[in-house]
Ligand binder design. Structure first.
Ligand code: NAD
Length: 284
């Protein structure tokens, strides 16, 4: 079989961001995103600065609220309340993980659902499960759907296996796939025979954080593979799929880096723009 085609997430994300910038340029008022970071995790700080840069390039305003590691839950919640009440702020994200003394569930519960552009709060998770058009879908799964639709404009009837059941990737992705009429199986660390499931699938999405776990022997000929994993082996980035092993068997595969990662940022910006339109009763 010929080599798998690469699904270029970097290119797709750039196209989305350029389109977004053109839309935003038409409005006098600009969408505004607030990013809350508690603590000094270097990787989180880099992620958040990248998000800020991308937002500004699209013509949005974006402020990072960098709080100390020792910030109390009350202080964090009062910042969220302040941003909830600020009509200029359209979207808000809280960088996870939070310091251990702060309850993630409690914090996510406090973000106004209309401003929850990460789509992590329970209201949006529920709306997504109910296939409501009101739902703000989590950015990474939404980005994955965009990439999949570039291969299969109609996903109806496809069998999809999602590896991983986290609240930020696996579960919302399973909902989105189901809402697009896929037949969905979610496998995880306690699944007895993952390979038996993945071998039957038209689409395999790996989001488990296990470097190069998915091998050619795990997939059927011609499968479409989406790699969400971000891992490092000897300092080098790799995904959850063994790219070199699967590339002669799969029909399409996303690379790491340059696949799902850039789509996450693009979708976060899209969610913020859509929140801005809704909050200001504007049409695209
Ligand atoms: P998580 O740790 O919250 O969840 C991992 C999931 O994988 C769990 O549900 C667990 O049951 C499952 N799992 C763990 N080991 C497994 C195994 N051996 N077999 C099958 N399932 C297993 O992780 P997460 O936040 O969902 O992220 C998953 C991966 O995706 C990580 O590498 C993360 O860095 C990456 N990620 C990338 C992006 C992006 O934008 N590209 C966004 C979010 C997460």
């Amino acid at each position: 079989m010929s080599e798998a085609k690469i699904i270029d997430g970097k290119k797709a994300a750039l196209a989305l961001r350029e389109k977004l910038a053109q839309h935003i340029a038409r409005y006098d008022k600009k969408p505004e995103l607030a990013v809350i970071l508690a603590g000094n995790d270097e990787a989180s700080l880099i992620y958040d600065r990248n998000k800020q840069k991308a937002a500004q390039e699209a013509g949005m305003k974006c402020e990072i609220f960098h709080l100390p590691e020792t910030v109390s839950q009350e202080e964090l919640l009062s910042l969220i309340e302040r941003l909830n009440a600020d009509d200029n702020v359209n979207g808000m994200i809280v960088q996870l993980p939070l310091p251990e003394h702060i309850s993630q569930a409690e914090v996510l519960k406090h973000i106004k659902p209309e401003k929850d552009v990460d789509g992590f709060c329970p209201v949006n998770a529920g709306l997504l499960l109910a296939n409501s058009s009101e739902a703000i879908a989590a950015a990474t799964p939404k980005g994955i759907m965009h990439l999949l639709k570039s291969v299969f404009p109609d996903l109806s009837g496809k069998t999809a296996v999602v590896i991983g059941r986290s609240n930020i990737v696996g579960k919302p992705l399973a909902s989105l796939l189901l809402n697009s009429n896929c037949t969905v199986t979610v496998v995880h660390s306690k699944t007895r025979d993952i390979e038996a499931e993945t071998r039957r699938a038209d689409i395999v999405i790996a989001a488990c954080g296990c470097p190069k776990m998915v091998k050619a022997s795990w997939i059927k000929e011609g499968a479409v593979l989406i790699d969400v994993g971000i891992n490092r082996i000897d300092g080098k980035l790799c995904g959850d799929i063994d790219f070199d092993d699967v590339k002669h068997k799969a029909s399409y595969v996303t690379p790491v880096p340059g696949g799902v990662g850039p789509m996450t940022v693009a979708m976060l910006l899209e969610n913020t723009f859509e929140a801005f339109l809704k909050q200001n009763n504007l049409k695209k």
